[in-house]
Design a protein around this ligand. Structure first.
Ligand code: IPD
Ligand code: CA
Ligand code: CA
Length: 278
C-alpha cells in the first residue's frame, strides 16, 4: 500500500513541476499577447500562451513518464494509449479571462489511473497559489493542508458555476440553473476557470460548484482536490461521477443533497421576471 502512496507522491511531484513550468510561461505572456484565435465555436479562444504553456507541460511529462497516455487540450490525444495512466492537461484554464487581462486563470494537470482521477496540481500564477492533491495523501495550498467549508444550508452558501462554449447552440445551457440557485443562496459566482472553481471549493472559499459541458482536462485535477479536502464529487443526481459526461457537482459534502435536489427541480427561466416573489 505504502508503495502505491510513494508512486502517487512521485506523480504529484511530476504534476507540480509541469504546472510550475507552465505558470512561468503564463506570467511571461501576460499583457503581451499578439495571437488570439477562435478555435471553432464562437468565444472559444486559444492564444500563443496556451500553446507555449502546453509545450512546457508536455516536455516535463515526456521526461518523467514517457510511457503514459496524455490528453492535452490543445494537442489532443498523445502518448501510449495502452497505459492505464492518463494525464489530462489544461495549460491555461480561463483563456477568455487571460485574453482580456482579467487575472483569473490557472494551469491544471491531473492524472487518471484506470479512469479515476488520482493526482492533481493546479497553479494560479496571479496569486502564486499552488493547489495539490493525491488520493489518500490529502490536499494542500502552498503546502498547507486545506479543507472544505462547513456551510450546511443553501441559504448560507456561496456557489460557483460556468457556461460552456456551446451555450448559444443548446437550451441545456445552465441559464435556468444559474437563476434558480442565485435565488436560493447568498450568491453564485462565475469565475471563468473550472480548475480554480474546484480548488476554491477544496479550500473552503466556495461551498459548491456545478457545471455542464466540461472536458476531462478542466476538472481532473480539481476532482482530486475536492475529494481529498473532505468534499464530495458526483453527477448532478448524486450518482457516481463519470468524467466523460462533462457534468459535475462538487460540494463541501454538507450541501450536496440540497444542491443536487435544487438542480433537479429548476423552474423555467420565465419564472424569474421582476417581482416574481420571495
Ligand atoms: C473554460 C473554463 C470555464 C468553463 C468552460 C471551460 P478554458 O476552460 O474552465 O470556467 O466555464 O466551460 O471550457 O477554455 O478557459 O480552458
Ligand atoms: Ca479549461
Ligand atoms: Ca484551456
Amino acid at each position: 500500500m505504502s508503495s502505491d502512496f510513494n508512486q502517487l507522491q512521485i506523480f504529484l511531484d511530476v504534476a507540480t513541476e509541469a504546472v510550475m513550468a507552465a505558470g512561468t510561461i503564463l506570467q511571461d505572456y501576460w499583457g503581451n499577447l499578439t495571437a488570439i484565435e477562435e478555435k471553432g465555436r464562437p468565444g472559444d479562444l486559444v492564444t500563443e500562451a496556451d500553446k507555449a504553456a502546453e509545450a512546457a507541460i508536455l516536455k516535463v511529462l515526456h521526461q518523467h513518464v514517457p510511457d503514459h497516455n496524455i490528453l492535452a487540450e490543445e494537442s489532443g490525444q498523445l502518448g501510449n494509449q495502452e497505459s492505464p495512466c492518463l494525464w489530462a492537461i489544461d495549460p491555461l484554464d480561463g483563456t477568455t479571462n487571460y485574453a482580456h487581462q482579467y487575472p483569473v486563470s490557472a494551469v491544471s494537470v491531473g492524472l487518471l489511473v484506470k479512469g479515476v482521477p488520482q493526482v492533481g496540481a493546479i497553479f494560479d500564477p496571479f496569486r502564486q497559489e499552488l493547489f495539490r492533491a493525491a488520493k489518500g495523501l490529502g490536499a494542500t495550498c502552498n503546502r498547507r493542508p486545506i479543507w472544505v467549508s462547513q456551510t450546511a444550508t443553501l441559504e448560507k452558501s456561496l456557489l460557483v458555476t460556468g457556461f460552456a462554449y456551446d451555450r448559444r447552440q443548446t437550451t441545456d445551457n445552465n441559464y435556468a440553473e444559474f437563476c434558480y440557485l442565485t435565488h436560493l443562496t447568498q450568491g453564485v459566482r462565475r469565475g471563468g476557470s473550472a480548475a480554480l472553481d474546484l480548488a476554491y471549493v477544496a479550500c473552503g472559499r466556495l461551498d459548491g460548484y456545478w457545471e455542464r459541458g466540461l472536458s476531462p482536462w478542466d476538472i481532473a485535477a480539481g476532482i482530486v482536490l475536492v475529494e481529498e479536502a473532505g468534499g464530495l464529487v458526483t453527477a448532478y443526481d448524486r450518482s457516481p461521477m463519470d468524467i466523460g459526461t462533462g457534468r459535475i457537482l462538487a460540494t463541501n459534502g454538507q450541501l450536496h443533497s440540497s444542491l443536487s435536489q435544487a438542480l433537479q427541480e429548476v423552474p423555467p427561466l420565465s419564472e424569474w421576471g421582476v417581482g416574481s416573489g420571495e
